[in-house]
Design a protein around this ligand. Structure first.
Ligand SMILES: N[C@@H](CCC(=O)N[C@@H](CS)C(=O)NCC(=O)O)C(=O)O
Length: 264
């Protein structure tokens, strides 16, 4: 089997519907890695990954994207994928999959940091309503029609009732949710970030999130800003969100541009 790289993505009404897939896509794009996209409808994720030898997760969802295939190896889960790239850099350069040093990693940004960072964002109170109410109510409509019911059912298994969230979402104060998220992302984040051992003088002071090189931390941040914003904006019902989106800090605006220049 050839060693070409495949990225499995979920077809939808937007470019990349899943934030988790977007992270890996941005990572590949930031590194100029060539890959083929295989589109796997949401309700076919399980059978596709099982056929590629992926073991089910202990709890639902049993199979998730993103996944990549290189030769006869398939890896699912964004953290595992980035870990694989980090640990197999030399081999991947020899195979021509990576072109040079892997952008997205430095010694200070360990896999533990990635996990911390992700949990920190996902569990942050000021982002809670944006992520768990507004976007959850929106994102179902952005999936292809035939995948919407399977998605609703997959969430119900985990106790998340999307139709109920949708009904509640109609009562939400969208401007308020947006303001909380904007304040957090633009101002409070820097103060409240408290990772043990983090060299705070390097955090949000250089060109990128952590120093002057793009790291996985930039990809995680970028996904949160851009991807969440894209999803929110794509829904007509919530088109009233402020023009400037989630960004009003000059540093963040300039940083988004720097990341976009590398990804595009
Ligand atoms: N920890 C996983 C999470 C991935 C994930 O939750 N993917 C979703 C799409 S955003 C999925 O494939 N869900 C399948 C399902 O819920 O059945 C990662 O980072 O890769």
């Amino acid at each position: 089997m050839s060693d070409k790289l495949i990225l499995y993505n979920i077809p939808s009404k937007v470019d990349t519907w899943s934030g988790s897939v977007a992270k890996v896509k941005y990572l590949l794009d930031a590194n100029n890695i060539s890959y083929e996209t295989v589109w796997v409808p949401f309700n076919k994720i399980g059978e596709t990954l099982a056929a590629r030898g992926i073991k089910p997760n202990p709890e639902p969802p049993l199979y998730t994207l993103p996944a990549i295939t290189i030769g006869d190896l398939t890896i699912s889960d964004s953290s595992k994928i980035v870990k694989y790239f980090i640990e197999n850099q030399d081999d991947l350069i020899k195979k021509g999959i990576l072109k040079d040093e892997f952008k997205a990693y430095n010694d200070l940004v360990t896999p533990e940091f990635f996990q911390y960072f992700e949990n920190f964002i996902i569990k942050s109170e000021p982002l809670h309503d944006l992520i768990y109410k507004l976007l959850l109510a929106n994102e179902v409509h952005l999936l292809n029609d035939e995948d919407q019911q399977p998605f609703i059912e997959s969430r119900l298994i985990k106790g998340v009732d999307i139709p109920a969230i949708e009904r509640q979402a109609k009562e939400l104060n969208i401007a308020r949710i947006w303001e909380n998220a904007t304040n957090f992302l633009n101002r409070d984040l820097k103060e409240s970030f408290n990772y043990p051992g983090l060299q705070r003088d390097k955090f949000l002071t250089g060109k990128f999130v952590y120093g002057d090189e793009l790291t996985w931390a930039d990809i995680l941040f970028f996904t949160r800003f851009n991807h969440l914003e894209e999803l929110a904006k794509a829904n007509v019902e919530y088109s009233k969100i402020p023009e400037n989106g989630l960004v009003d800090s000059e540093w963040i605006k300039a940083w988004i541009k720097r990341v976009e220049d590398i990804i595009n």
